[in-house]
Ligand binder design. Sequence first.
Ligand code: COA
Length: 174
Amino acid sequence: MHDDSREHLNNLVGKPPSASQVEMTELVLPNDTNLLGNLLGGRLMHWIDIAGAMAASRHSGRIVATVALDSLDFRHPARMGELVILKAKLTWVGRTSMEVAVNVYAENIKSGRTILTNKAFITFVALDEEGKPVPVPPLLPETEEEWANFRQGELRRQERLKKKQAEENSSEEK
Ligand SMILES: CC(C)(COP(=O)(O)OP(=O)(O)OC[C@H]1O[C@@H](n2cnc3c(N)ncnc32)[C@H](O)[C@@H]1OP(=O)(O)O)[C@@H](O)C(=O)NCCC(=O)NCCS
């Protein structure tokens, strides 16, 4: 099911995580909040998905589909009127899939105080024009932190695939 055309494989030049990183800023408006004036979790997940997809698309030069979202911790609320800053960076790349870490910060415009509110890992798959998985350029970590993220990304991927397999096995048994 993969697109193995030589033309695309020949163009698979590795790229560092910094080449595709994305920073996206949103203003928390009343329509984005719950009755306490805190940012809705669903709205935040949407923004995380968009920021992650932009980084993965930049790396691969392809349309991407989200296949897994994990480790989304809600540490602090973002309040109405604050800025939400999403920093998305590739951590690991396989053959057709890419893991992106998205760190989310809330910035209070009046005080200038910025806090880390959320961290998420999302996996995307690059797709060709027919919606089939297609190979992506290798990731070339440059810093020690990027290498550590890469090694941890490989472990997270193994856990995800184990979980997927277990779910598939249990749905077959029903
Ligand atoms: C994306 C999609 C076309 C991939 O099809 P598929 O049959 O799973 O393809 P493959 O089995 O070849 O897997 C493709 C890659 O995804 C990885 N993958 C698949 N499911 C995964 C999961 N749950 N977690 C992590 N990686 C996963 C595979 O390991 C493989 O990675 P690799 O090429 O780097 O080794 C299909 O899963 C799909 O359509 N999913 C729905 C996507 C969607 O609707 N998202 C929401 C809107 S964007």
